[in-house]
Structure formats: structure tokens, C-alpha cells
Design a protein. Structure first.
Lengths: 332, 253
């Protein structure tokens, strides 16, 4: 016991010492991360720079993402319990981990190709697609288990330990980004046939790397520097400037009420939307309004209800009391 | 003044209009909250609720959240109103009293033919205990729901611990609310309690029922609210828990 205490005390001192060193150097700016983990972050994807990595089988951002996320999804149950009722489908990507031309639980970013006609000239535009990390994400609003969370720095994450894989987040996402892997997650320990169907997976912008002051794997890997991350205000200003310089367009600033991922393109996004292949795991680029905005007034009414109830309750009680007094006087 | 005892019609006023309104507003909005709460789980499409005529909207999470919010606003308003209105009027009839637990056990035993029911006040002892239980569940539901609503509207990046606490308290109290609702309806359907069901629909219960089962309440109303309406005077003896008719009345009989 004494020995244990000794070790743990030593361990504590080591940790405390390391924390002090990191803290001090942090304050001095020595270990200031490239991604500047201060305040809200945003990312910029410059479509003029992205060429889809023609020299590689899989674009660099996609393979970097695959590599860093390898092993993050636990071993899938074999067999995967069949969900009830039978019309509920199992989604198993564990045997198709190599798929890289769409979003899957094992492929959280992919590069879309858009062949467009600009001023009579054919042009290829490559668009890396992943979670947009919305400002007020519907997936966070709607998750009944609190597994979707938005961090203070703007990153939207899904905690795979809390997710039941009901795919509500996918239903309310304008781009249907989250992808389900059945046969994993907490639902297996509760009522696998009846409740839940796996875990939803999406890009978390390498939140753990950002915590350590590092840059997300896809951004780090991009050979053309098409993607960048930084403080939100700086990135937004940079996007505006870039769009202004090329006479281009921004996607993500107002989409779904605003997002912290901005695309800048010289080609209008409605043209790109028409040109990209869309379908399951392959989102479009249409302008989208925030669907949850329809519920905002009702939500405000909920927040006002307690004060309103108390006010009317007080008024009504005093009216009763005064009525009672009048009746007593009359009776006397 | 509202007449409480109607000898001619064999009726006694149990709930005034405002109480009926509170009860039914909470019940209706509560039911809608249960329903839309279930629809907030991936439930409606999976279990074919959407195929029920008129329920096509149930799998649309934005629509069901909208309806949930509307019901929550009404529910929260009614609960806050109820709390403050009756607190200011000093109405404590539904709050548990000393010995309620013991008496509740006696009442439940009597349902199975063991022993006799103690004489009761306006509310049964188990009703008073259940009231506090339901109020606690509703308080947790409302407070956690308010935190979630605030997060959805203004602070999507609210601290994770706050979101998780609010979410799971809301989920647990949601299950407790459903169980309490079933218990509430189940209790009223028990044969000895059935005469009370009329009260929550019309406001009135049978006078003979009130005299027999709620003698403490009957005596109090007769002696304090409407002493002049009858020659009868009831001695409300809390100690021996038996309404004793006065000598004057006995003479009359």
C-alpha cells in the first residue's frame, strides 16, 4: 500500500511537473499549435487549389483520414443482430473499409469531381466533402442521447459510446453526412433487436489532434495546401478576400444557418451541384436553409412559459383572494 | 359563492372549474409530450407509426419537435400557474400529511379485503404522496427540458456535462412520467376509486360517496364552507377520524 502510494505520488509529481512545463511554454507561445486552439475555429477549402490528387490512387486527404481513424471503430459483432422489425436494414461497411468514393463510417472524407462548362471551356473541379461543422447543428439539437456535441471551438463530434445509431442526425443533416455502422456500440448491450442499430460516424475534424495543438490529418496531408484551419474570424476574412480576388463564390457561410467550413470556388455552386454525382454518402451543394429555424419561435415560447405561468398565477390568485374578501364582506 | 353540497341532486363539488382546466390542460399537453417524445426517438418509422392515418408527420423530427415544443410551452405554463396560484391561496390539500404512508398501506390492504379504509379527507393519502411524486417528476422534466431548449436555441456549444445531465435527466424522468401516468389512470380505474373519476370530468362526485368515503372532507365543507345551508352540524374529529353527527341531527333522524 505504502509502495503504491509512493509510486502514485511520484506519478503525480511527474504529471504536475509536465503540466507546469507545458503550461509555461504554452504561455510563452513556444508550443502554440499551428491550428491555434483558441476560441472558435473554422476551415477553408479553396477549390482552385484542390486537384483531386491525380497522381494518387486515393486523394491524400482521404488516405490520411483513413489512416488516422484506423481502428477507431470497434470490432463489429458477428453476426450483427437482426433488427426488429425486419424492414430495418443492417448497414455493415466493415467488409468494405476500402471504399473511398463516398462517405462511409470508414471513410469520413471523400473528393467529389464536378465536370463543368465555364465560358465554353470544360473544367474539372474537385471538392473534398466531409461534415460542415454547422454553427447550430441540427444533429446536436435532435440527438436524444446527447451523443452529438458541439465543442466550444466549433467542432461537432459524435460520442460513439453514447450513440445508438438511430440515424436521426443523418435525417436532419441537410447533407446526410453521418454514416451508420451496425453491430457496434452501446445498443448491443441493451436490446440489440429492438433499440438502436449501431453507431453513426462522421468527421470530427480530428478533435483529439486539435486538443493537442496539432492540425487535422486531412489538412496536414493536402499536398497543395487547399485546406486551412484557423481562428474563425481570420478564416472568414480570408475566404471573403479570396472570393473577392477571384470573383468567386462561398459555400457554407449561410448554409444550414452557417457553418465553420467554407468552400471558395470560382465556379458557382449551383453549377457544381448539378455536376456532382449525388446519392447515399454523396452530398450535393445546394444552398440550404436551417430546417430547425421553423421550431425557433415555439422554443422561445417554451422558455417564456414559466415566467408567463407565474405571472398569470399571481394575478389569478390575487383576483381570487379579492373576490373572496368581497364575498365575506357581503355575507357579514 | 359556489354551492358545494347539492342534497337534492346527491352531488358534492370536488373540483372547481380552474382545477379542472389545470388538470386537463396538463393531461392533454402531457399526453402530447409523451407521444412526441417517443417520436423524438427513432421510433415512428421503425415501428410503422407513420402508416397510421394522420400520423405521417411522426417520423419528421423537425415537425415532431415543433409539436413537442408547443405542448411543452402549454405544460410548463400550466404547471407554473398551478404551483403559484395554489401556493398563494394557501391550498395545501394535496400535500402529504404525517401518517400518509401508513394510511396508504391500510387503503391498499383494504382493496384486497384486509381491514377497513381509514376515513378520508378530500384526497386519499396515496393521492397526496403520488401528487408530490408526480410534481417532482414534472419539475425534473421541465427544468431539464428548459436547459435542452436553451441549448437548441442559443447555446449549441453548451458545456458537455450540462447537456448530458439535462438529456439523461429528461430521458429518465420521461420514462418515470409515463409510468406515473399509467399508475394514475390505473388507480382511478380501481373500483373503490371510480366514483372519483366523475369528479375530474364534471367537477362533482356523488354526495353519498363523499359522506361515506371522505367524511373528513365532507365535515369540513359542511361546517366551514356551507354551515348555514343545513341544520346538520358535523363534528370533524381528526383524532378519532370519524365524523360524528351531532345530537341535534340524531334527534332529527
Amino acid at each position: 500500500m505504502k509502495e503504491k502510494l509512493k509510486v502514485s505520488r511520484r506519478g503525480f509529481l511527474k504529471t504536475a511537473g509536465a503540466a507546469t512545463v507545458i503550461g509555461t511554454t504554452g504561455l510563452l507561445g513556444i508550443t502554440k499549435p499551428a491550428s491555434a486552439n483558441v476560441g472558435e475555429l473554422a476551415t477553408l477549402i479553396d477549390l482552385a487549389k484542390c486537384d483531386g490528387c491525380p497522381d494518387r490512387e486515393v486523394p491524400a486527404c482521404v488516405s490520411a483520414c483513413k489512416k488516422i481513424k484506423e481502428g477507431k471503430i470497434p470490432e463489429v459483432a458477428d453476426p450483427i443482430p437482426p433488427p426488429f422489425p425486419s424492414h430495418v436494414k443492417i448497414e455493415d461497411w466493415s467488409k468494405k473499409k476500402g471504399v473511398s468514393n463516398r462517405l462511409t463510417p470508414y471513410n469520413l472524407i471523400y473528393v467529389q469531381k464536378a465536370e463543368v462548362d465555364v465560358d465554353g471551356q470544360k473544367k474539372n473541379v474537385f471538392i473534398p466533402r466531409r461534415c460542415m461543422h454547422c454553427d447550430n447543428p441540427a444533429c446536436v439539437t435532435i440527438c436524444p442521447f446527447g451523443s452529438n456535441l458541439k465543442h466550444e471551438n466549433g467542432i461537432v463530434v459524435n460520442d460513439q459510446n453514447l450513440c445508438f445509431g438511430g440515424a436521426k442526425c443523418k435525417s436532419v443533416c441537410p447533407w446526410q453526412i453521418p454514416q451508420r455502422q451496425s453491430g457496434v456500440g452501446v445498443y448491443l448491450d441493451i436490446a440489440p433487436g429492438l433499440l438502436g442499430n449501431g453507431v453513426m460516424y462522421k468527421c470530427d475534424l480530428c478533435a483529439d489532434l486539435i486538443e493537442q495543438g496539432k492540425t487535422p490529418a486531412c489538412i496536414e496531408a493536402c499536398p497543395r495546401g487547399a485546406m486551412s484551419i484557423g481562428p474563425r474570424e481570420e478564416i472568414f476574412a480570408k475566404a471573403e478576400e479570396l472570393a473577392k480576388n477571384i470573383g468567386g463564390y462561398i459555400y457554407g457561410k449561410n448554409e444550414n444557418g452557417g457553418a465553420s467550413t467554407l468552400y471558395v470556388s470560382a465556379v458557382p455552386f449551383d453549377l457544381l451541384d448539378r455536376a456532382v454525382e449525388k446519392g447515399p454518402g454523396k452530398p450535393g451543394l445546394k444552398p440550404v436553409k436551417r430546417a430547425m429555424a421553423k421550431t425557433d419561435n415555439a422554443a422561445k415560447a417554451v422558455l417564456a412559459a414559466p415566467a408567463l405561468g407565474i405571472a398569470v398565477g399571481v394575478a389569478s390568485a390575487f383576483s381570487f383572494i379579492s373576490k373572496r374578501k368581497d364575498e365575506n364582506k357581503k355575507e357579514k | 359563492m359556489v354551492k358545494h353540497i347539492h342534497e337534492d341532486k346527491n352531488l358534492m363539488l370536488r373540483h372547481e372549474a380552474i382545477e379542472l382546466a389545470e388538470h386537463w390542460i396538463v393531461a392533454a399537453s402531457g399526453l402530447l409530450l409523451i407521444l412526441t417524445g417517443l417520436f423524438q426517438l427513432p421510433f415512428a418509422a421503425r415501428f410503422n407509426v407513420i402508416k397510421i392515418p394522420g400520423f405521417a408527420w411522426s417520423a419528421n423530427y423537425v415537425t415532431s419537435l415543433y409539436v413537442h415544443y408547443i405542448a411543452a410551452a402549454v405544460f410548463t405554463f400550466a404547471a407554473s400557474f398551478h404551483l403559484i396560484h395554489h401556493a398563494l391561496l394557501g391550498e395545501k390539500g394535496m400535500l402529504p400529511k404525517k401518517g400518509d404512508m401508513k394510511e396508504s398501506i391500510a387503503v391498499i390492504k383494504s382493496f384486497f379485503g384486509k381491514g377497513e379504509e381509514p376515513p378520508m379527507d378530500k384526497y386519499l393519502p396515496e393521492q397526496r404522496i403520488a401528487y408530490v411524486g408526480m410534481a417532482a417528476i414534472m419539475a425534473v422534466l421541465i427544468i431539464s427540458g428548459l436547459v435542452k431548449t436553451y441549448k437548441n436555441l442559443f447555446a449549441p456549444d453548451l458545456a458537455a456535462w450540462a447537456i448530458l445531465w439535462a438529456t439523461w435527466l429528461h430521458n429518465i424522468s420521461f420514462i418515470l412520467f409515463i409510468l406515473a401516468f399509467i399508475a394514475h389512470v390505473g388507480a382511478i380505474l380501481l373500483k373503490p376509486n371510480l366514483p372519483m373519476a366523475r369528479g375530474i370530468f364534471t367537477g362533482y362526485v356523488r354526495l353519498d360517496y363523499a359522506r361515506h368515503r371522505h367524511p373528513i372532507w365532507y365535515a369540513r365543507v359542511r361546517n366551514t364552507v356551507e354551515p348555514s345551508r343545513s341544520g346538520e352540524t358535523i363534528v370533524n374529529c381528526e383524532e378519532n377520524k370519524r365524523p360524528v353527527k351531532s345530537r341535534k341531527h340524531r334527534k332529527k333522524i
